[in-house]
Design a protein around this ligand. Sequence first.
Ligand code: GLC
Length: 685
Amino acid sequence: MSGSCCIGISNMKPCCRILIGSKSCSFFGVSSRKLNNHSVVDNLSKLQFKSTRKRRYRSCSSRIVGHIRVIDQDRRAFSVSDPNWGQSKVFSGVYINNGGRGGSSRRGVLVVPKVASDFRNHSTSVEANNINDKNFERIYVQGGFNVKPLVIERIETGPNDVVKEDDPIVGVTGSNVNIDDLKGLNEPKVFEREVSEIEKEAWRLLQDSVVTYCGNPVGTLAAKDPADKQPLNYDQVFIRDFVPSALAFLLKGETEIVKNFLLHTLQLQSWEKTVDCHSPGQGLMPASFKVRTVPLDGSDGSFEEVLDPDFGESAIGRVAPVDSGLWWIILLRAYGKITGDYGLQERVDVQTGIRLILNLCLSDGFDMFPTLLVTDGSCMIDRRMGIHGHPLEIQALFYSALRCSREMLIVNDNTKNLVAAINNRLSALSFHIREYYWVDMKKINEIYRYKTEEYSTDAINKFNIYPDQIPSWLVDWIPEEGGYLIGNLQPAHMDFRFFTLGNLWAIVSSLGTSNQNEGILNLIESKWDDLMGQMPLKICYPALEYEEWRIITGGDPKNTPWSYHNGGSWPTLLWQFTLACIKMGKPELAQKAVALAEKRLAADQWPEYYDTRNGRFIGKQSRLFQTWTIAGFLASKMLLENPQRASLLFWEEDYELLQTCVCALGKTGGRRKCSRFNSRSQILV
Ligand code: GLC
C-alpha cells in the first residue's frame, strides 16, 4: 500500500444487494423488509410491483461507522466527525493525522491546499470518458432492506494526494479580489446602521422558519404561512430555496445552520432513491427534505426524528432536481469563502459528494453540445414551461458549479482526470454559450438574414434556425445597446424568451464575456418597466399566451400568462440581481430594485410571487410568508452594505480557461474541424 491511504466506511448491519428489491417498494402489500432471502427475491420478478411505497429515512441514529488506515505519516487525511455537527450520531473513525500540526482552521481566507485551480498540469488531452476513474467507482450506494445505504468501501488516494497545511495559494482562480482587501472579512460584520422595522420583521420570520433536526438547525421551510391549510411541500426545506437563507445567515455570522445543511444534505445524496423502482443517478441531490417524527423501531411510545428526502418522486410532475447538486456546490464554496472554514470542503465525504455530483453531470450521453441536457422543469421553474433541452438557467448554474469545484477539489492522481474534464468542459461551455446563446441587435439581424439547410462543418447557421422563428415581440423589444442570452438552444430551435436567473447568473459567474455581462445589465436597465415593473423581478419575459401557452404548458392553470413561472415576478431573484449589479459596478440599480420591493413586501406578507404584466397583484396561488422572498430581501440588503463580501461570491473572467480548447489539444488533428477556431465571430472576451 505504498503511499496510499484507505478509508473504509462500512455499514454495521448486514446488507444484501438486491437492487430491485429496494425497501421502498412493496410487493402485493408484503413489505420488502421481509423479503430478505434470495429465493423470494428471484420470484419477485414474476410479481407485479405495487406502487405503494414504504419510505426510507435518514434518522438521527443513522450510523456511518468508519475506520481509517493511514499509511503515510505525511499523508493528509480528513475529518469526518465534527463535534459541532449536531448530535446526529454520525460516528466516524476517520481522523486527522497531520503530525500534530493542528487542523486546517489556521489557514487564512484564500489559502486552499492543492486545489483544482492548479489545473495547468492536467489540462491536456483528457477525454471525457476518462472521468470515471476506477477507484472512485468503488464508492457506491448499497441497496438492502434494512440497512442504511451509505457504504464507502474504499477510497484510495494516490501519491500526489499530499496537501500540506503550509502550501501556498495555488493559483486560486476565484474572483480577482485583492487579498489585502479581504482582511477582516471573516469577522461577521453585523449592522452598522439602525435596522428598519421591515428588516426586523424579516429576520424574525426567517428565524421562525428554521427547521431543526435532532436539536440542530438544518435549514428553513419554503414557506410558513400560519393561515395555509394545504402547505403541499412548502413545509419542506428546498435546496434551492435555502441558498438565500444561507447567505443571509452567513453574512450575519450565523454559520452553523449552513454547515449543518451542507452536511445533512450530503448524507441524503447517497440515499437509495427510487422512482417507481427506477434508481436515478448516484450523485443526485434531493429537491427538498422534511424532518419527520416517527415511532422508534421496536420501542413503545418513543419517537425519533428522521430526514425524509424528495428526489422528485413526490414532486408534482416528478421533475428531476438537476439544479440541487449545482446549488449545493455553489453554497459549499460560498460557505468557505465567507467563513474561512475551508476544512469543511476538504473533508473526504464532502470531496466525495462534489465528485459524485460532477460525475453525474459530466458523464457521457448522446449529447452533441457541452451544455447539460435536461428534462422540463428541472430547476427553479419546476413545471412544464418548454424549458427542456439546454435551458440557460441550468447551464449558468452548471458553469458556476464547475468553477466552484475547480477551486475546491483536492488534486491527486484520482481527481486529476476529473479536474481536466472540468477545465475542458468549462472552456467548451463558455464558448458555446457566448457564441450561440447571445443575441443583440446585430445578431438578430444576422439571424433574420440566415440561409437555411446548410450542410457542412462550415455552416454559418449551424442549428438550422429558420428566420421566421424570430418572434414579433423581439423585433421591437431588442434595444440598440445591450443584449442577453437566450433561454434555450436546440436543433432548429432558439427560445428567445429572456430568463432572468440564467442571465443574472451568467453575469455573476462570468459565463458571459465582460461585454455581454455589461450588455445584459444594460438591457435590464433599459427594459426596467418590463422586467421590474412594480415588483422585481420577472422570472421570464414575455409570457406565453394563447395557443403557445396551451401547447407549451399543456394548458397549465397555474402558469397562465403573466402568472407564476409564466412571466410572474419573483422577489427572491433580488439577491442575484444585487450580486450582478455589485459585480458590474452598478449597485445603485440594485438599490432601486430593493427599494421598490421594500415598499410592498412586508405589507403584502412576503408573497412567493406576483402576477400581471407589471407585477401589480399578489400571485393568484402565491404562498405568503415565503422564506426565500424574505431571505432574498435580507441578503440583498446585506450584500449592498458589504460589497467586499459580495465580491467573494462572484467570479471574474478566467483567461486561462479561454486558452483551453479540447479539440486543439486532441491527438486527432481536430483543430481543422474545430468550429471554435473557424468561428466567425470569435466571441471569447
Ligand atoms: C415552487 C417553485 C420552486 C421552489 C418551490 C418551493 O415549486 O417553482 O422553484 O423551489 O416552489 O418554494
